[in-house]
Design a protein around this ligand. Sequence first.
Ligand code: DAV
Length: 371
Amino acid sequence: MEWSAGRTQVNSWNEWDPLRHVIVGRATDCHIPPNEPALEAKVPEDSDMRGMWGKRPQESIDRGNELLDGFAALLEARGIRVDRPDPIDFSQPVTTPDFHTGSQFGCMPPRDVLLTVGHEMLEATMSYRCRWFEYLCYRPLMQRYFEEDPRFRHEAAPKPRLTDADYHKDYLSEKIGVEKRLQWAADKHFVTTEEEPLFDAADVLRFGRDLVVQHGFTTNQKGIEWLRRHFPDHRVHAVNFPGDPYPIHIDATFTPLRPGLILNNPQRRLPEGQREMFHRNGWEIVDAAQPAHNSPPPLCYSSTWLSMNVLVLDPKTVCVEKSEVYQAEQMDRLGMEVIPVELRDAYAFGGGLHCCTADVYREGGCEDYFP
Ligand code: DAV
């Protein structure tokens, strides 16, 4: 079927084919949620956010929206169709028969919630209580896509119960220390237990027939097994990056740019034993450039490695955050055309250029890159 801008078609099999239609998140009403087990384990021990919760300062929300709107306009100016989520009232607490938490999170970043595989968009289980209802912000879009595209498959993974049994108690302490965290990461002892399948969509990278999934804080082995059974025509590979003391989401760690080329965070190298499928098929895994900043912006959950959280528009063109000059230089050396996009003041809402988007349509079909 030919691409036409007027009617939605959902189709995206990888991270690099020419992008035609995308969702860009919003900072509106974004909250710092109260403490809960999964967040406790993630917020860095020296973070300015520890113990804090409530709505984010309105000026920061306005600035975040200004940058996200600017990014959406830049994409539209290049002929890419952009949709936006509908925020709900994130100050509302979440109560289920199994847990209660005092507020929600926001509708940034969509990449965490929605996994597009071919004609399907799958709502992830999520692993934070404050993000349990985040899919609601995307339901108006899902309804529209369902009406407009007869091939579109709208799927939702089983909602998890997120009782205390989902979290390892030894992670719930203020002071663990980076050394112990690194040992735990090397031993694949993460905050989430194997009580039930858990995954965030941003732990999954799409390489045509192959899905590469990070096992870490936000995705457990049962979540990866659930994905394996849910996508029987795909090969699902579990990876982990022992150098990361706070392993959530793969997209500041491992960044495919085009067939045959992946950037890897030099502090979180893919272990030798997990490189086989890439090497055997002639793929190159190169160290990403250093971030331009020594620390994340205020009230930010993510690390400085959002420098490599780029959005590939096609195999020759990539959006890089404007201040990330070393990353831009490296892209240039690798033969990519770089589009600088100002986004750093929106990092605090949950991530960078890859995080703040979710694919709806990329050209191309399901290729086998690792025969
Ligand atoms: O390096 O803090 C951020 C990824 C956000 N989706 C990091 C991972």
